[in-house]
Design a protein around this ligand. Structure first.
Ligand code: C2E
Ligand code: CA
Ligand code: CA
Length: 430
């Protein structure tokens, strides 16, 4: 980051003052802006600059007497006197709200949601550089959470950053030493008698380290997304899963194969060609391949995404939204994408119970999805009560520990009975 000398001097002074027990505290706020690339791509190169200038004016008006430092990577840094972190966060939330409103460029409304990291100058920090590191960790956390939010530095963030670094380093060599493999979790047709007709599998990536054992995907996938490794890993999962589908189809069980596509993969140039190639190389019938996308991926750049999904569907594969209900996208917006299926998030399914409210929410979500032409999948089905509730609601497809846990291919054989029925066997994950 190209930090100006006066910015560094101000940072050092803030830390020295905190160490000397200065009367007021000092907060460092780092403001980043989302979607600038998108704005430049779609509105021409002046678009991003116009947004940056508009934000600078907003910050100046809000913080008279405070120096607004323009840093590299389209960020602003401000050192602000604040009594405590609550006051600093109040200010940060106010700035998020202000900078989230549209900026005007060439007569058009342009949105660039900010992400703000906040760190308080503390007496135990050596100098301005450590304060800057704290605020960067908080800003990174804000960016990862979702655009349009602010985060206060917490020491856990620094240790997370350290361990993210270790994970990234280990992942690179793990790929070469076969530490990754793919497991498969069954999907069943909930409308079949006893809800036991197997219709497909979801492929899920696993990483087992020889020294530490299994590393949860929720831990390593976000790191792989940040450092770009997800492109190679995602390609490996897609290829392995398609190959597996072809093998099972050759044994007489043409099951569907669902594969998760990370937002980073989806946004990468040439993803359509990469998928076309995998389909050709593995010989999978593309109508059996289902790509699961996240709400965040769809919300990032809806018009560009709608076009991309159109190209994917022309390959013959189905595309759908995963974890629906866990994020922020609106049902109305989904219509834009012509999706084939919707997977309702397990957090909604697992709250199904005697309370009518939750059931009503799932019923309405499913009804609207069907109205938009999607089939509806419920994930996270763990007990019979959920299953019965979902069957009553007319949900098409189910997935969850009740039917089977994700398992390696050699344990899947028992699922592939010739009559198409699946025993309600609880497979354990190896
Ligand atoms: P997901 O796509 O929502 O996958 C379903 C997750 O729910 C899996 O966790 C699965 O083991 C778990 N699950 C299934 N049934 C139940 C149930 O009845 N109860 C509960 N509590 N959980 C259930 P897993 O395998 O740990 O994966 C976590 C997440 O990691 C996945 O969530 C997905 O977002 C990501 N992921 C896994 N493999 C891949 C991959 O190959 N590519 C990408 N991009 N993401 C992946
Ligand atoms: Ca999924
Ligand atoms: Ca899911």
């Amino acid at each position: 980051m190209d930090i100006h000398a006066d910015f560094f001097a101000e940072l050092d002074a803030a830390v020295t003052s905190a160490r000397n027990g200065g009367r007021r505290g000092t907060a460092l706020l780092l403001v980043g802006l989302g979607r600038l690339d998108f704005i430049d791509r779609n509105l021409g190169l002046g678009g991003g600059d116009a947004v940056l200038e508009s934000v600078q004016v907003l910050l100046r008006n809000q913080l008279p007497g405070v120096s607004i430092h323009r840093l590299r990577d389209a960020r602003y840094g401000m050192i602000v006197p604040c009594d405590d972190s609550a006051e600093a966060m109040n200010l940060a939330h106010r700035l998020v709200a202000l900078c989230s409103s549209p900026h005007c460029f060439n007569g058009r409304d342009v949105f660039s949601p900010p992400f703000i990291g906040v760190a308080m100058a503390r007496s135990d920090r050596e100098n301005g550089t450590t304060l800057l590191k704290d605020a960067l960790a908080a800003m990174d956390e804000a960016r990862r959470s979702h655009l349009g939010c602010a985060r206060l530095y917490d020491p856990a963030m620094a240790s997370q950053m350290d361990s993210d670094f270790h994970i990234e380093n280990n992942m690179r060599s793990a790929f070469e030493t076969d530490q990754f493999h793919v497991v498969y979790q069954p999907l069943v047709d909930l409308t079949s008698p006893d809800a036991n007709r197997l219709i497909g599998f979801e492929a899920l990536l696993r990483w087992t380290r020889p020294d530490l054992g299994p590393i949860p995907p929720d831990r390593f996938i976000p790191v792989a997304e940040t450092c770009g490794l997800i492109i190679g890993l995602g390609h490996y999962v897609l290829w392995t899963a398609c190959r597996q589908q072809v093998e099972w189809a050759a044994k007489g069980r043409p099951v569907t194969m669902s594969v998760n596509l990370s937002p980073v993969q989806l946004m990468s140039a040439g993803i359509e060609d990469a998928i076309t190639e995998v389909v050709a190389e593995t010989g999978i019938d593309p109508t059996f391949l289902k790509l699961e996308l996240t709400e965040t991926a769809l919300a990032t750049d809806p018009l560009v995404m709608a076009e991309k999904l159109g190209r994917l569907r022309r390959i013959g594969v189905s595309v759908g939204v995963d974890d629906f209900g866990s994020g922020y996208s609106s049902l109305g917006q989904l219509d834009l994408f012509g999706l084939d299926f919707m997977k309702i998030d397990k957090s909604l399914i697992q709250r199904l119970g005697p309370s009518g409210r939750q059931t009503e929410l799932v019923r309405l979500t499913a009804a609207l999805a069907k109205h938009l032409g999607m089939s509806v999948v419920a994930e996270g089905i763990e007990d019979d009560e959920h299953l019965q509730a979902l069957r009553k609601l007319g949900i098409d497809v189910g997935q969850g520990y009740l039917f089977g846990r994700p398992a390696p291919p050699d344990q899947i054989v028992q699922w592939l009975l010739p009559n198409g029925m699946t025993p309600r066997a609880k497979l354990s994950e190896a």
